[in-house]
Design a protein around this ligand. Sequence first.
Ligand code: ATP
Ligand code: SF4
Ligand code: MG
Length: 404
Amino acid sequence: MSEPENKPQLEELLAQSNKPTELDPTAPPILTIDNLEMYFPVRSNGVIRRKIGDVKAVDGISLTIPKGGSVGLVGESGCGKSTAGRAITRLYKPTGGSVDFQGRNLAALSTRELKPLRREVQMVFQDPYSSLNPRHTVGAIIGAPLRIHNMVPKNKTLARVQELLEVVGLNPEHYNRYPNEFSGGQRQRIGIARALALQPKLIVADEPVSALDVSIQAQVINLLQDLQREFDIAFLFIAHDLAVVRHFCPEVAVMYLGKIVEIADRDTLYSRPNHPYTQALLSAAPDVKQAAIGGRRERIRLTGDVPSPINPPSGCRFRTRCPLAQEICAKVEPPMLQIGPRHKVACHFAGELGNHPTDPVTDRLLGVDVNGNPDPGASPVELDDKPGFGDVWFDLKARTTVKP
Ligand SMILES: Nc1ncnc2c1ncn2[C@@H]1O[C@H](COP(=O)(O)OP(=O)(O)OP(=O)(O)O)[C@@H](O)[C@H]1O
Ligand code: SF4
Ligand SMILES: [Mg+2]
């Protein structure tokens, strides 16, 4: 549904109070996710419930989050964003890959080993209605993590709760009210105060503003930005809409059916996306001006639903909905290729909108012909699929590796 013309857009509202968060390229990573997998078993009906497959909700994603920085994770409903967030914060135990948080692999730790680290990695949930227990007062909700982790002496808990309420812009005297006495935006502030109670270094915010009106969205995003600056907190900010993460995240990863398909710095991703899926998401976002995709009028429309993660399409998972798909796309999975200083994309025909190549850019690297069949004469290249960005990349135009 398109927004009425005179309704203030999220980006305008955000720009009124805070500048967009900038990338600090010198910040060391606080979190490195390498090939993270989260599969859920699918079992047969009946008495003996045999495993008959897997829901491959997250299927090998890699990225880094800089200390005190924020990375956006976007994609349509069902692509695995929340599952990724839950696997990172160990609400789920990942079935593969690693989650390095300050030198410790969260994915491999036992529950006991995890306890001290849980403080440092917190999650804020989408639904401010269901994520707060309606029978507990706000004071009890925010005070619970303080008590469990012995953060403050018992007689200081109330003072700390009130301080936290103030930090998130709520009246500290309202600690003995119940969640249903607050609006949606205020409840989300309560959820944020609860996450802040433990002074985390990283917050995974899972669609923290999706349930809110656009003006309240702007207030909550501005609050997160202020908190990030004040307390040096890193964020993985999950959203289904590219417009929502643009202001807060100088780096954005786009996810489709369990995989990251493109990841780049803000300017590159919004003005020169190279993956047809990112281009389609941008075409569909009412908040992102057309100028954002080079001012061109071409649009890629997304049709159909996201396929099931139990049986994802062979080769490129986007091929069943991709207007550019060719034979190679069904046969070979496109590798995640770094194509600029801070730009990676997984597409055989990566290119700017209206300027995609007619031949695949990946065939020679992968040792296949243009149709994706093995090419005995080719010499495949060992592709670097490490998280983050390297200092050499593949130049799409020259079709060679470049090192500036
Ligand atoms: N506990 C589970 N058991 C089995 N399948 C699951 C489980 N949790 C999620 N899934 C499946 O994994 C896929 C990804 O779900 P997920 O909730 O992570 O998507 P999402 O990107 O967060 O979507 P949304 O935007 O709707 O929140 C979906 O197909 C979902 O049905
Ligand atoms: S690899 Fe093929 S199907 Fe996948 S996005 Fe690129 S062109 Fe489309
Ligand atoms: Mg979700």
